[in-house]
Design a protein. Sequence first.
Length: 157
Amino acid sequence: MVAETTLRPADLIAPLFVREGVTSPVPISSLPGVSQLDLASLRSEVAQLVSVGVRSVILFGIPLKKDPIGSGASDPDGIVQVAIRELRQCFGEEIVILADLCLDEYTDHGHCGVLTPTGEVHNDDTLVRYQEVALAQAAAGVDLVAPSGMMDGQVGA
């Protein structure tokens, strides 16, 4: 009835925030000790994680430009796709790369989806965008997409 639990660095997934348009880490005031990373800092951070046995990371992108449909999320040259390719090139299969699949950081209104003219999130149009984002992340070499947008039917899309 009593089992021991062992937690090792290899069991952890490190959340990493990668920001477009910066040349050095930008501290996140609400998360002491955590920063938004430029690509060079991202590579360095992942190398440090690997050196202590953490082999999985999840990427959250912060784009330079935002628009109503979050087009940067599915852009092959968007920050997360570029980061995925960089990490894959640097670390190969030594790490597992996950990517957040949501639109809130990419839209100019901050919602997780495409809005209707009356300002409501349009579920079906959003699912199409999520499919496009997942395909872009997969094409870049991600191992797992991590849907966080909370849309009905998102996982099945």
